[in-house]
Design a protein around this ligand. Sequence first.
Ligand code: XIL
Length: 370
Amino acid sequence: MIGAATRRGLLALAIPGCATAQPGMVTPPAAPGGGLHARAAAKGLAFGAATSTRQMAEPDLMAAFLADCGLLVAEYEMKWAELEPQPGNRRTRRADQLFDFARRNGMAVRGHTLLWHESEPRWLSDLSARGTAAAMAQHVDATVLCWRGQVTTWDVVNEAVAPEDGRPDFLRRTWLLNRIGPDYLPQAFHIARAADPNARLAYNDFGCEHATAWSRRRRLGVLGLLRGLRQAGAPVQVLGMQAHLQAGQPFEASEWRAFLADVAALGLTIEVTELDVNCRALPAAAGPRDAAAADLVRRFLDATLEEPAVRAVVTWGLTDRHSWIREGRLPEHRRRDTARARPLPYDDAMRRKPIWAAIAAALDAAPPRG
Ligand code: XIL
């Protein structure tokens, strides 16, 4: 199938769950040496990407997804506000479409994410402390049960650390924290564990990767949270590191490795969960920008994959065509010029970029997992 796909031009790939090919859509030629998941799997690792039901309508993107990914993550379809826009009124149609696609194509699914302050449904603010705790328990239980046995790793809690919020434990002052207290964290893990005894349970966070004072404080917060969860007997097994890398910020392999070793010493495995590169600080010209972004990815992954506890790498999308960085929601994602962000392994025309080659090379160089 891939051989036929090397021709530029119209392609009628039979991708289940996808619209048929449209004029002008091109599928990348097969990569010499194999796709990213095949390279990862050869080392006992998994490789995947976030995608969405909207993206499933783009056959050239889905062809690349099939060629490179063994792991699928829903970009938004499994978040609480999406699943339960009205209390008790759950809708899983979009998420189910992604599960169907993954199942038909032999891919695993990461569950993202049960609790995240940015995807709390609005109606939560009408509830008392007791009502909030009940709603959280109900949501975690129902969501994990719904896809029991179908999710390899659940991000149970996302981004609960915010040193800038001023608490001595560095926890973020979210609605759940304010209503329930820090106990909402172990509670969520226990409920998820009871609902699916076989899914791996993760704490997922961002902003730990760089050699900056800001990242160092975040790492302290994350380690503190993980230790607290362990002491409370909470079944946390995985640390998800988003790895939204910032070109232009320092990255020190030894410092990062020491942090990963501290996490591994707690008995946790580690997954890179949302890799991309914000190249706002780089010059506009695509050539040098792509080269600098790929260099950062290579240095980051080389250091990361040296740690045996690391088991998976996931990028936050596959193509620059669809990236949250282009959405420009965060001020730090907006460039001062008119150049468009280029954070991911494929460009807008689904050509492989230097970031793709950097990931491939890092996977090829990674020590095999036992
Ligand atoms: C983002 C999606 O990419 C956007 O499309 C959506 O508008 C907001 O969420 N950290 C996370 C992800 O854990 O869930 C976020 O995804 C990006 C930052």
